[in-house]
Design a protein around this ligand. Structure first.
Ligand code: F6R
Length: 625
């Protein structure tokens, strides 16, 4: 989830681009760069790995770059590590064209092979660079066909380039000899236009130009923008002019970094459908295999795995608990889940046939890293599930699957949890395929179910308002209990963790069947008890058992809050509040049931006047043991 800003106007393009990048840095901070068309006719590019401050320093040393057309990029790395070389903007062979990109070009390998065959020289590991070379190639062809109108040829070449790209992109491009023109396009990735007086802006988020204008234009799917200081033209990929929607932004620059949301956590909760869709994108290859991002293990290595351990901390550990159900069900292999900080001290039995799956959003959690190292010392294979490209845990592992949730600024994990669950389902399917415990068509069906999940999560988000009201009503509670069975149990644990860390409130998650063995003593008159109810259509008798558990706590005075799927009326007589979630396959239940729990914790914390983005005593990345 990179940040992009473009400017054509009358001010210093460098100043506008840098200011915009600072407002967009929440989107990614692996590297940053700018391209400016300077007044001497040069295309000046400066880029640096690491946070924006590194680019600021480099530009300060370089001195002013006069020019009124330019673009900037702040990167959240997907393809290629976070290095200077992989930082955007990227250029064509001759350094005449510069592009910046957000998204994933799924067919970049095939495009790159073809372009290399045609003699193009690549200088980075990114998917983005193919767009620069493809544009160069298309422009050459267009000029050969139609002669000398460079602006028209460049624009048409840009449309043709976009038509060749699969996947998602926001793409901006400039040409050295067209100092008054910038082109932009989008597919499944954001791009907005800001309209000024004698100046216009392009950005992935209005935050980038909100200090200059609040008049914006929404760019549709597969539309191309020609941006000049005095006009903006929007066409489709065939060149027909379209009529995009204009709108006025009704929030101010201060809120901008949060993309218009009052706090990051809410923004990140709302991003979950997209984060899940991105994590799934392009994972299933034509022959039914699941594609990992980095695989230093052979299919043979996977085939000989006879046991899986999952190591992780906090929320990632809960994703691991959910994964256990999928792995054991689909692969018929035993799977143990360990809190990473405990793993190496209990002397687990590991060998070459053990696969250790390390789950970590940051990729830097020291407890998890030490568990990985211990596993490797014992000759086990390690597969990392991680959200941060270039971080330590994936680097140390034998295989990696990246969750593509984008940067998560709120300290409490939300969208990364859902994407971790999705990634573990993919790993389970991968293992099932190489071990032959599921056939290709069965895997295809699960992948199809997973593909429908972004829409289901969207549905939950659309109907979550009553959960907010309920959270406000319960803000003064002393303690909240969470119950579940099967995958509903780790879902309950995650609901309790969110409430603890955000609302500083006593909250506990239990397996619903365990309650009667002790924890039921905690229930007193008015204690809110949240129960995750499995589908009545499940293969076993779990549903009926959980209904009995609800009755047990209700008989002792609990206020029962029930998360149940649409159409499950059996819960109605025993539930004080029912939160509905869509019907989904049992193993995928946490993907819909966790969302109201996140909203509940967030709203309850806000009602208690707390900072939900930076809860006390916590840090986003925990690099001490
Ligand atoms: C809770 C939370 C933490 C992290 C844990 C692991 O909301 O964010 O519990 O899940 O610290 O962090 P990563 O996933 O970066 O290893």
């Amino acid at each position: 989830m990179c940040g992009i800003v473009g400017y054509v106007g009358r001010q210093s393009a460098l100043d506008v681009a840098l200011d915009g990048l600072h407002r967009l840095e929440y989107r990614g901070y692996d590297s940053a760069g700018v391209a400016i068309l300077d007044t001497a006719g040069a295309l000046v590019i400066e880029r640096r790995a690491g946070k924006l401050v590194n680019l600021d320093r480099a530009l300060a040393e370089l001195g002013p770059i006069p020019g009124t057309t330019g673009m900037g990029h702040t990167r959240w790395a997907t393809h290629g590590g976070p290095t200077d070389q992989n930082a955007h903007p990227h250029t064509d062979c001759l350094g005449m064209i510069a592009v910046v990109h957000n998204g994933i070009i799924e067919n970049f390998t095939a495009l790159r092979d073809e372009l290399e065959r045609q003699g193009h020289m690549f200088r980075s590991d990114t998917d983005t660079e193919v767009a620069a070379h493809l544009l160069e190639q298309m422009l050459r062809g267009r000029l050969a066909e139609n002669g000398a109108d460079l602006a028209a040829a460049f624009t048409e070449a840009f449309r043709r380039t976009c038509r060749c790209l699969d996947g998602s992109f926001t793409l901006l491009a400039v040409h050295r000899d067209l100092p008054d023109l910038m082109l932009g396009a989008r597919r499944n990735s954001p791009l907005v236009v800001g309209l000024g007086e004698g100046e216009n802006f392009l950005a992935s988020d209005v935050a980038a130009f909100i200090a200059h204008t609040r008049d914006a234009v929404e760019i549709g799917q597969d539309e191309v923008v020609e941006l000049r200081a005095d006009r903006v033209t929007v066409t489709d990929l065939d060149g027909s002019v379209t009529a995009p929607r204009h709108y006025h932004v009704d929030w101010d620059a201060a809120a901008a970094q949060k993309g218009g949301h009052p706090y990051f956590m809410l923004k990140e909760i709302l991003e979950q459908p997209l984060a899940v869709a991105d994590t799934l994108r392009g994972r299933l290859t034509a022959d039914g295999a699941i594609s990992l991002d980095e695989e230093r293990l052979s299919p043979q290595d996977f085939r000989y795995v006879d046991k899986v351990f999952i190591v992780a901390c906090g929320t990632a550990y809960h994703a691991g608990l959910i994964a256990k159900y999928a792995i054991e069900h689909w692969t018929r292999m035993p799977c143990e889940v360990d809190i990473a900080s405990e793993f190496r001290y209990r002397d687990p039995v590991l060998d070459r046939a053990t696969l250790v799956v390390a789950i970590s959003q940051s990729g830097e959690t020291l407890d998890t890293l030490m568990a990985v190292k211990h596993a490797q010392e014992q000759k086990a294979r390690v597969l990392a599930i991680c959200n941060t490209n270039g971080s330590t845990i994936p680097r140390e592992s034998d295989a990696v699957l990246y969750t593509r949730a984008g940067p998560e600024v709120g300290v409490a994990a939300t969208k990364t949890f859902l994407t971790q669950c999705v990634a573990t389902y993919l790993v389970a399917l991968h293992l099932a395929r190489v071990r032959g415990t599921l056939f290709g068509d069965e895997i295809g069906r699960v992948v199809e179910d997973l593909g429908g999940m972004p829409a289901q999560i969207e549905k939950v988000l659309d109907t979550v308002e009553p959960v907010r009201a309920l959270a406000r009503e319960l803000a003064d509670s002393k303690s909240v209990l969470f119950l579940g069975r099967h995958v509903g149990y780790p879902t309950a644990l995650e609901g309790a963790l969110k409430l603890k860390e955000l609302a500083y409130m006593h909250a506990e998650g239990f397996p619903a069947g365990e309650l009667k063995h002790g924890p039921i003593a905690l229930v007193e008159d008015g204690t809110p008890v949240v129960v995750c109810v499995p589908s009545p259509l499940g293969r076993n008798t779990l549903h009926g058992k959980v209904i009995s558990n609800i009755q047990e706590v209700r008989a002792r005075g609990a206020r029962t809050i029930v998360i149940a799927e649409e159409g499950d009326d059996a819960v109605l007589p025993f539930a004080e509040h029912v939160i509905r979630v869509p019907r989904v396959p049992s193993l995928l239940f946490p993907l819909v049931a966790t969302v109201p729990l996140q909203v509940f914790a967030c709203e309850l914390a806000l009602a208690r006047g707390l900072d939900v983005d930076q809860p006390r005593n916590l840090a986003k990345s925990v690099t001490v043991e």
